[in-house]
Design a protein around this ligand. Structure first.
Ligand code: Z5A
Length: 207
């Protein structure tokens, strides 16, 4: 089997991390080799960029924020995702990827679309997901779930509700090849089985 690159996307608190863990477990049980990564992050330098970009005590212009995120992505793709996919036989599961840049930096921050997409292509070398699972959830429910965790909000989470509404709308309206929307208001077990149905069909198609 060729490597398969699967991304889980959606607003904060949608259940991405929970779903990535659940899908990784099911894939391993089914005998697949699985790599789980998160964005921004996944290498020493990308995690350093993540810490800078999410630090609530730092201020970044929208362009600087974009370049930190793309620096992290370039490292993750070149050092980790690309080599695993090239080897074949791996399913790479990523908690966020380039659709988050469209949602937060283009829709949320208002950076110019074509320039951002071109910079993203430079960071990824053109590598994109085979399948993107977008978790659909009203932003207020996601925020409630996060609030219930009792974690202190990071720099992005502290942004105003208007930005988060633009972000949520961009996720809701995302489409194109390989993009599948899932209702994330359902219980986690149900979401996992809905996602597994989509993913296992995709795997059957590639085997
Ligand atoms: N960012 C960006 O700006 N541009 C980019 O290109 C990229 C990222 C790649 C990364 O944060 C930040 O980086 C993000 C955008 C920016 N910031 N914001 N805002 P992150 O990905 O680390 O954090 P997050 O998106 O805010 O995720 P999160 O809080 O970890 O949420 P989640 O992963 O979607 O949800 P979860 O952790 O799986 O679940 C949250 C809680 O809900 C938890 O208590 C679960 O037990 C519960 N849960 C999960 N699923 C369910 C269901 N189905 N029902 C009920 N409760 C559930």
């Amino acid at each position: 089997m060729q490597g398969l690159f699967v991304v889980v996307e959606g607003p904060e608190g949608a259940g991405k991390t929970t779903l990535v863990e659940g899908l990784a477990g099911r894939l391993r049980e089914a005998g697949h080799r699985v790599l789980e990564v998160r964005e921004p992050g996944g290498t020493e330098t990308a995690e350093a960029a993540r810490a800078l970009v999410l630090d609530p005590d730092k201020q970044w212009s929208p362009a600087a924020e974009l370049f930190l995120i793309l620096a992290a992505r370039a490292e993750l793709v070149q050092q980790v995702i690309g080599p695993h996919l090239d080897e074949g036989g791996w399913v790479v599961l990523s908690d966020r990827f380039e659709l988050s840049t469209e949602a937060y930096q283009i829709a949320g921050r208002g950076l110019p679309r074509e320039e951002v997409l071109a910079a993203n292509r430079l960071a990824t070398g053109g590598l994109g997901p085979d399948l993107t699972l977008v978790l659909d959830i009203p932003p207020e429910i996601g925020r409630e779930r996060q609030g219930a965790q009792g974690k202190s909000p990071d720099r992005m989470e502290q942004e105003d509700a208007a930005l988060h509404d633009r972000v949520a709308r961009a996720f809701r309206e995302a489409g194109g090849p390989g993009v599948v929307h899932l209702d994330a208001t359902v219980p986690a077990e149900r979401l996992e089985s809905d996602a597994w149905e989509v993913l296992s069909a995709r795997l059957d198609g590639t085997q």
